[in-house]
Ligand binder design. Structure first.
Ligand code: BJ8
Length: 383
């Protein structure tokens, strides 16, 4: 990437990444490199990377395929689950098409049951994810990582060596550090860019399969933004919002737009694709490599954990570090775990930090954009 590029062009590179990577995946497949499709942040991608395969996030964020999914699945199901299934059923997700193996995990009930039907279209492997972050949970998850490694070895006829896993851990950690450096730019007050631009880069980066290039590009982008910031390029003062809750890619990005088009700025994304998936590194010094992976991944603060202290720990830290003025909790329709957890999050934000909080329950459709704008305008005016 040329450092002389203008910022919008660099953002374009990242936001076009997903589309352009369709071709890259095709070419990698032609060379015999396996592709493993996944849906969830709990999946330890290092094991896939260690065997030289490509882990790729499968399409699940558009309402385009939901009508087809609703012919098989209940309508009152989370849009993310319906969208994932719809893309597989209609063969509209090129990454699903190219996947040699699709890996699910036992997070929420809807997803678990959907994977049973997904197996009609692909070889689907489901990892058992404990719902408690206890010693027993850790023991079980560690065993699951070893079982998953065996599945990969059998399926692809390879042997995954410990040193290969360690190498993948180091690379993935370096990627996390670069991503964190990038979104930490939003600690600046006022901010250098909009939250939507931050998200575009984070999302696009997950489709960059050349991790060394991605890391170099991210650092270059950070250098450029920092330099321009010192020269005076920054946004005007705006209320600083943190987003938490269900994943918000694709159709749910309308929430971010509603915040930023009505005078706020999203300074931090606590949810998956944001800090939840990036903040913590795998311990490179830990003697037992599976223990290191299991500890790092099981500590993710998703609402499928009960109780879920990691979410509160991370949220509190981010509210302070990013000087957050208000929290918006996004719940995808029919996501019971995040929906139930809104009460605890609301109390935590209001009682401990004394800042405003709002829950938005939404799906991937555009039907509620008007209402979202009205609510956001009033919320941000109040700030
Ligand atoms: S680690 S957030 S990616 S499970 S599918 S739980 S929205 S009802 S996606 Fe998720 Fe992994 Fe957790 Fe992250 Fe709710 Fe929908 Fe279930 Fe969902």
């Amino acid at each position: 990437m040329n450092v002389k590029n203008k910022l919008p062009e660099i953002f374009e590179t990242f936001s076009n990444q997903r589309r352009e990577s369709f071709i890259v995946v095709h070419d990698l497949k032609e060379k015999g490199i396996p592709v493993v499709g996944l849906f969830c942040t709990y999946l330890p991608v290092e094991l896939i990377m260690a065997m030289g395969a490509i882990p790729v996030s499968l399409c699940s964020t558009s309402d385009e395929t939901i009508p087809d999914a609703e012919k098989d699945l209940p309508r009152n199901l989370c849009p993310l689950i319906k969208s994932s299934y719809g893309f597989a059923k209609t063969d509209k997700c090129p990454y699903f098409y190219f996947s040699d193996l699709v890996v699910g995990e036992t997070t929420c009930d809807g997803k678990k049951k959907m994977y049973e039907y997904l197996a009609n279209y692909k070889d689907v492997y489901v990892m058992e994810l404990p719902n408690r972050q206890t010693e027993d949970g850790l023991y079980l998850f560690k065993k699951e990582l070893i079982r998953f490694q065996k599945k990969l070895e059998e399926k692809f006829g390879v042997e995954i060596k410990e040193e290969q896993i360690r190498e993948a851990i180091r690379l993935k950690n370096r990627e996390r550090i670069a991503l964190k450096r990038f979104y930490s730019l939003m600690k600046k007050n006022p901010v250098p860019i909009k939250g939507e631009e931050i998200y575009q880069v984070l999302y696009g980066a997950s489709f960059q399969f050349d991790k060394e290039k991605e890391i170099a590009d991210l650092h270059m982008l950070c250098d450029k933004i920092e330099k321009e910031y010192e020269e005076g390029k920054k946004l005007e003062d705006r209320p600083r919002i943190l987003i938490t809750g269900s994943p918000i890619s694709g159709g749910a990005m309308k929430v971010v737009r509603a915040i930023e088009e009505n005078g706020g700025v999203v300074v931090c994304f606590e949810n998956c694709s944001g800090a939840k998936n990036i903040e913590n590194l795998v311990d490179e010094e830990e003697k037992d490599v599976y223990e290191a992976l299991a500890k790092r991944y099981l500590a993710i603060g998703c609402s499928c954990m009960s109780p879920n202290p990691s979410r509160y720990d991370l949220l509190g830290r981010l509210i302070e570090e990013y000087q957050v003025d208000a929290v918006v909790d996004v719940v995808l329709q029919a996501c019971h775990t995040y929906n139930v957890e809104t009460l605890g999050i609301k109390r935590f934000v209001k009682e401990k930090y004394h800042i405003p909080y709002m829950t938005i329950e939404t799906d991937y459709s555009s039907g509620d954009i008007g209402q979202l704008n009205t609510r956001m305008m009033a919320f941000i005016e109040m700030l």
